[in-house]
Design a protein around this ligand. Sequence first.
Ligand SMILES: N[C@@H](CCC(=O)N[C@@H](CS)C(=O)NCC(=O)O)C(=O)O
Length: 224
Amino acid sequence: MTSSTKTKSDVTLWGAGTARTLRPIWVAEELGLDYTLNAIGPRTGETQTDAFTALTRKQKIPFMQAGAVSLSESLAICRYLQQAFTDGGLAVSHMPHDRAKEDEWCCYIYGELDETSLYVMRRHYDLTDIYGDAPEAVTVCRAYLQRQFAVIDAHLAVRETLLDIGFGLADIMLVSCLDWAVFYGEELPKNIQAYKKRHAARPAFKKAMQINYANLPEVLDGTA
Ligand SMILES: N[C@@H](CCC(=O)N[C@@H](CS)C(=O)NCC(=O)O)C(=O)O
């Protein structure tokens, strides 16, 4: 993954194939970074090897190393890249209130959409062989997700991006959850649909999708 037009970096990412691994790859592509990707997948055994466990005892992807910095957690990795490489295509929050607003959106999206709704659905709708079938929990999660979508849809009625400073980290968090929701059969409200269409046209998004789902062509061609 090297090119003369890319920003040199010592960033290495681990992980591909999920909405969470898409995030740091997308950020790296927006920033035009020259990075190395070890495209290990979830539930392949690759997160359980001795070598990967020595990097992170969590045995989770995504994971990142850059010099002496080692990070797990998709949001933390994205935040690090956004702050460490400020010359790319992402808005950077310098003012305390912008930074706090960005954190507010990122925490909301991560806590309410990803962890509380979509990941519970992943466990009890998608991965029932491992975590068990829980149709009632999935129904409640779907309703909860739509309540959060209504909040976001109202916010996006008069905006192109979540924050006034422009396209950035919070948008990457949100779009990654929108694709995930659609994949689980959820309808997106009108303003969110337009927002998703607008940002899915970004070249860095398209490239990140190709990289992240290289081993899952059914996700890319919509037949999954
Ligand atoms: N909060 C973490 C969650 C990471 C996570 O749970 N990753 C899953 C894949 S989406 C994983 O690595 N599971 C272990 C495995 O599948 O081997 C993040 O956002 O990075």
